[in-house]
Design a protein around this ligand. Structure first.
Ligand code: AKB
Length: 316
């Protein structure tokens, strides 16, 4: 029986991943934590206020609940990180090292930590970016993710800590709001569309980014954590891929359901961030090592997002 700790559990990924983990391990075995909260989505699970910059506090929570696995999700996303680079570094890198060190000291059996497409940079080949490629991120978030990947690999090689990671694309979901990412436009656009409002997009219409629907993001984390250790050959972070689209392609797909929906393009500083990220990733290593395969494409994701958001709107 596993006892699981999730950090950053109130976030967009954390809230839905915690619910999935409660379904797998039992809600009594999933301890959810965040620096703020709790939120309604986490009801039924034990909640702890936890600042991952406080190593002692992490250690105490692990000990108190007999934790055996950690999903460390607390982080600051790309757009927000550019507003406060020093704090982003402290949270994303020092926070990760605190978690790794507590896990090492307390013999945690498995750790999950998300990296991002942001770990790549302007010199990276932008189409079908290989698993092993040039990595020269020029955002503080991207630098923190690349550094984090190296720390994970170091803890695996030096101490045998079984830490596993994926490079998430932009995540699209409707249950919990995103928190300061460059890819957030791909969620905000749906909210404008169902309200019948014009959407002002902060990316250029032809900017293509790798994206993923939340059920696939959850599937990736769960599948990677359940794979036998012998199958995990990449100890930095795995490329995973699902749906690659430009802002204009997403808008056109939404217009299939909501004719007359209008989008205006007014690029801001986030366009510069997006321009340094790949447009698509080669995820063949994840496919062959632990049988990764996304389920959702642009059509099925868009249909489901619109259906779910209309349900939320009519029932609230
Ligand atoms: C962001 O936009 O910052 C995140 C990411 C791609 O890691 N969604």
């Amino acid at each position: 029986m596993e006892r699981v700790l999730v950090t950053g559990a109130c976030g967009q990924l954390g809230s839905e991943l915690s619910m999935a983990l409660a379904g797998i391990h039992g809600s009594e075995n999933v301890i959810v934590s965040d620096i703020n909260g709790p939120i309604a989505l986490l009801s039924g699970m034990t909640f702890e206020i936890l600042d991952v910059m406080d190593r002692q506090a992490i250690s105490e929570v692990i000990l108190r609940y007999g934790i055996t696995q950690v999903y460390h999700l607390a982080a600051m996303l790309s757009a927000k990180s550019e507003q406060n680079p020093e704090l982003a570094w402290k949270l994303n890198v020092d926070g990760l090292i605190n978690v790794l060190e507590c896990c090492r000291q307390q013999g945690i059996s498995r750790v999950f930590w998300p990296s991002s497409i942001a770990a790549f940079g302007p010199s990276t080949p932008s189409e079908k970016t290989p698993q092993h490629s040039v990595m020269d991120p020029n955002t503080v978030y991207g630098i923190s993710k690349l550094t984090g990947e190296l720390w994970c690999s170091y803890y695996f090689n030096q101490f045998g800590l079984d830490i596993r990671s994926v490079r998430y694309p932009g995540l699209i979901s409707y249950k919990a709001p995103p928190g300061g990412g460059t890819t957030d436009y791909a969620i905000e656009i749906f909210h404008s569309a169902i309200k019948g409002e014009e959407f002002v997009c902060y990316l250029k219409q032809d900017t293509q980014l790798p994206m993923m629907y939340m059920p696939d993001a959850i599937k990736a984390a769960v599948q990677l954590m359940q794979a036998p250790a012998s199958q995990i050959k990449v100890r930095t972070s795995y490329n995973i891929s699902a749906i690659d689209f430009t802002a204009a392609q997403l808008a056109a797909e939404i217009m299939q359901h909501i004719p007359g929906f209008k989008v205006k393009y007014l690029p801001d500083y986030r366009q510069e961030i997006a321009a340094t990220w790949p447009g698509s990733l080669d995820d063949s290593c994840a496919m062959s090592d632990w049988s990764w395969q996304a389920d959702h494409n642009l059509k099925t994701m868009t249909e489901d997002m619109i259906r779910q958001l209309f349900i939320v709107r009519t029932t609230s």
